[in-house]
Write a protein that binds this ligand. Structure first.
Ligand code: HEC
Length: 423
């Protein structure tokens, strides 16, 4: 009962009840049905409406259905929701699919601003084996593999870019929601369990998974993670507004709350002096966290509307961030607090997202442009060069760099992983 209550007390935008498994989902759906109806009188009429209104607000804001996708995009979203065991009978899915595809087509998006420049890019994509995986984050490991989290398939997977051969590992608990992933010195893959309030460790040699549950159940959605230079694991907990520290030697986890309410701690990076930085996607702030005291220092960005989503740090310890809401690439020098911003080539609605440092340049993806792009920005001459991602790209949420200096991404909505070789 108390669990149901705690779900009902939350807004449907949170993913609270996914953590409780399917029995609780059914209970929660019953309680959400009434409020979903009350909140959504204006869903278009037609076959399928009732099911959508009764079901699709169960785990997240029902208005996500309004996002709008191509017919192909809707097919992928439906596979993803089926992986989440959304309780709709098999015979009804085609009606729901038709309703959504007809009423919520893709919205107009800025045209990708493709441009010439000094570099040549070779872009390769591999579709991942499990449909509707929603590959969230990529990881280029030291052995040359490209890993990804199957956020909605409950798997971690890897592809050998030399052969195209895949291997997928099913996780221990159902609906873990694997999100970020990193490699430790022994080759274990650590991940955040975004739906199950845990950090996990996969040993790829045996497939064994060790789970580290959050000491505070409020820390529901561990998000992005990284190892600092001392092998301590740091992570953001977005909706819970927290930062965490896990010592792999003891399994001990410590959590602190961000000083800014609802700041949504998101992307992370560590600088050359072993200081961990993160961005607040719910505020216009970059922040650092002290390795010992966990004290958080915030660096406000000049524009109140800035929403930094991902972060990368160049070897000179300059902070770079993608401002998703305003469509800017930003540069912050923490020594004097100076911020410089460049409008991303495809404009204010280009939604710059995953970003990495590749051979001294910033490389990121515009997830709002049609098609999505790979953007390279050279800090030496402040010039951009942009390529369209074959097949649309949708959506590179995080990125990484291979040991030989190439860019990798995972494409959540086209169910693929990408390698970009820049010469
Ligand atoms: C059992 C829980 C659950 C239910 C019920 C549910 N979803 Fe989802 N949905 C998820 C999860 C988990 C995600 C991915 C994580 C996130 O972004 O919240 C998601 C994401 C989405 C997205 C974003 C996809 C993307 O990658 O852009 C859309 C659109 C969506 N759901 C539509 C629907 C529709 C339509 C229904 C009803 C048919 C539905 N959902 C019912 C769990 C659910």
């Amino acid at each position: 009962m108390s669990r149901t209550h705690s779900f009902a007390a939350h807004s449907f935008k949170t993913r609270t009840f996914q953590a409780y498994g399917l029995t609780a989902i059914t209970v929660a759906l019953l309680s959400s049905t009434l409020s979903a109806r009350a909140q959504t009188p204006d869903f278009p009429d037609g076959p399928g409406k009732q099911t959508v209104v009764a079901t699709c607000g169960g785990c997240h804001d029902i208005n996500r259905a309004r996002a709008g996708y191509t017919p192909e995009g809707w097919r992928t979203v439906i596979r993803m929701m089926q992986n989440m065991e959304v309780p709709i009978p098999a015979a009804e899915w085609p009606i729901v699919a038709e309703y959504l595809t007809k009423n919520f087509p893709e919205k107009s998006k800025p045209v990708a601003a493709v441009s010439e420049g000094p570099m040549t890019a070779t872009i390769k994509l591999w579709p991942v084996p499990t449909p509707g995986s929603r590959p969230h984050d990529p990881l280029a490991t030291r052995d040359g593999m490209i890993w990804y989290t199957g956020q909605l398939s409950n798997k971690l997977g890897r592809v050998d870019p030399k052969t195209g051969e895949f291997k997928e590992f099913t996780l221990k608990s159902p609906h873990t929601g694997p999100h970020g992933l990193v490699e430790d010195k022994s080759g274990n893959i650590w991940f955040t369990g975004n739906n199950q309030s845990l950090i996990g460790k996969l040993d790829p040699k045996t497939g064994a998974v060790t789970e580290y549950p959050m000491p505070n159940p409020e820390a529901k959605d561990p998000h992005t993670l990284l190892f600092d230079h001392d092998g301590i694991l740091w992570f953001t907990v977005q909706q819970a507004n927290m930062l965490g520290r896990l010592d792999p030697a003891t399994g001990d986890i410590k959590l602190v709350t961000s000083p800014t309410p609802k700041s949504r701690p998101y992307g992370m990076a560590v600088n050359s002096k072993n200081v961990v930085f993160f961005v607040e996607f719910g505020a216009n702030k970059v922040a650092s966290i002290d390795g010992k005291t966990m004290k958080i220092t915030e660096y406000p960005l000049p524009d109140a509307g800035a929403r930094p989503r991902r972060i990368a740090i160049t070897p000179d310890d300059i902070i770079w961030y993608t401002d998703f809401s305003r469509g800017f690439l930003g540069r912050l020098d923490t020594k004097d607090g100076k911020v410089t911003e460049w409008q991303s080539p495809s404009g204010p609605k280009s939604e710059p997202y995953g970003i990495s440092v590749v051979k001294g340049a910033l490389v990121y993806s515009e997830s709002g442009a049609k098609p999505n792009t790979i953007v390279r920005f050279d800090p030496k001459n402040e010039k951009f060069q942009t390529w369209a991602i074959p097949g649309g790209g949708d959506i590179i949420r995080n990125t990484d760099v291979t040991p030989d200096g190439n860019f990798v991404g995972a494409n959540s909505l086209v169910n693929a992983v990408t390698l970009v070789e820049l010469k």
